[in-house]
Design a protein around this ligand. Structure first.
Ligand code: SF4
Length: 355
């Protein structure tokens, strides 16, 4: 259970990658974004059928429209409107490009958009634009954030943590507060797509960053969550000296999380590109609940290596995406984690050099 939500029945977050088309060429791009739309993308009608299916997960299912740049499609407002009408909570993660104008934010707000998530990977224009490979991206992001505030659309800021950005985190934290964001979502790099050219931070540094994020979360006017770093929960429990087994389930790929690709393949997460089915052939609800891949990822006792031996596996379980990206086995141990379960003397994953 996650709160009142049964994660074997429905995801906390359903992401639909509307397109891989995007004007930017960000260094960390999971989607390996392309300048043009793919001819096999789900059409507007197929997308609406997907949203109809998603209703069967239950009341108020959260749907994130992502990309590429979702605004590279001209039906985004229509899809937000359609999903909202059917009781879905529709949110959007545009790229920081000229497409996210004040007018676009206004149209999305009118269609019922519940949250706008913008990426900020540097605390100023120089750092952010160089990371995202395009001058003007920082200013476009700030303009969209101001529009969201003016239009009362709740704002989320997404940040990638890797060796190239980690020193920017304190400045970005200040920006997140200044922009009035409700949530800071901190993504720990998984080396897939163009992200392979970036450098993950080593486990010891990740541990310090997570400890710091818990301090930020205690003090800041916004919430903090991590992506692909479920050990953030383990770190928090240890800080509060609540170590030991817990009944509360953690959210991770396939367990509270599902991702529909631009061509309709269903993955456990956007960073774990292993298909469990195709929404053109089978409902996303069936795939999430009953596919072998999703079921195995939800089975904490199927984990191997030190994650399988860890007393925190129920609340954490490690990033399945990082395990897959580094070993090819989505049930292997997460190499970003520094923790060694007491008494465990099996193999440990190759870790990055200690800092
Ligand atoms: S060993 Fe695995 S399950 Fe345990 S805290 Fe680390 S990542 Fe999580």
């Amino acid at each position: 259970m996650y709160g009142e939500m049964d994660l074997t029945e429905r995801p906390l977050v359903l992401i639909w990658e509307l397109t891989q088309a995007c004007e930017l060429a960000c260094k960390h791009c999971r989607a390996d974004a392309q300048p043009r739309r793919h001819p096999q993308e789900l059409s507007t009608e197929e997308g609406k059928a997907l949203l109809d299916d998603a209703r069967e997960f239950g009341e108020g299912q959260l749907v994130v429209l992502s990309g590429g740049d979702p605004l590279a499609r001209d039906d985004v407002v229509d899809l937000v409107d359609y999903g909202t009408d059917r009781g879905l909570r529709m949110t959007l993660t545009p790229s920081g490009t000229d497409s996210i104008t004040r007018e676009a934010v206004s149209d999305l707000s009118d269609a019922g958009l519940r949250r706008l998530a913008l990426s900020l990977d540097g605390g100023d224009a120089v750092a952010h634009d160089s990371f995202r490979g395009e001058g003007g991206s920082f200013e476009a992001t700030m303009e969209a954030a101001r529009a969201a505030e003016d239009l009362d659309v709740p704002l989320q800021i997404n940040t990638t943590v890797c060796a190239e950005t980690v020193d920017q985190l304190p400045t970005i934290r200040e920006r997140v507060a200044e922009l009035g964001a409700v949530l800071w979502s901190v993504f720990f790099l998984v080396p897939v797509g163009r992200g392979r050219v970036l450098t993950p931070i080593p486990p010891a540094r990740a541990e310090r960053v997570m400890e710091w994020l818990h301090e930020v979360s205690d003090e800041a006017p916004f919430g903090v969550k991590t992506t692909e770093a479920p050990h953030y929960r383990r770190v928090g429990m240890q800080q509060r000296e609540e170590g030991g087994p817990t009944r509360r389930m953690g959210v991770r790929a396939g367990k509270g999380f599902a991702f529909v690709s631009h061509t309709g393949e269903v993955y456990p997460s956007g960073f774990l590109p292993k298909s469990a089915g195709d929404v053109r052939e089978r409902s996303v609800v069936d795939i999430y609940r009953d596919s072998e891949l999703f079921r195995s990822l939800r089975d904490d006792d199927a984990l191997s290596g030190k994650c399988g031996a860890c007393e925190f596996r129920g609340v954490c379980g490690g990033s399945r995406s990082r395990a897959y990206a580094t070993t090819g086995d989505p049930l292997a141990a997460d190499p970003l984690c520094e923790y060694e379960p007491p008494g465990y003397d099996g193999p440990v994953p190759d870790q990055h050099p200690a800092d």
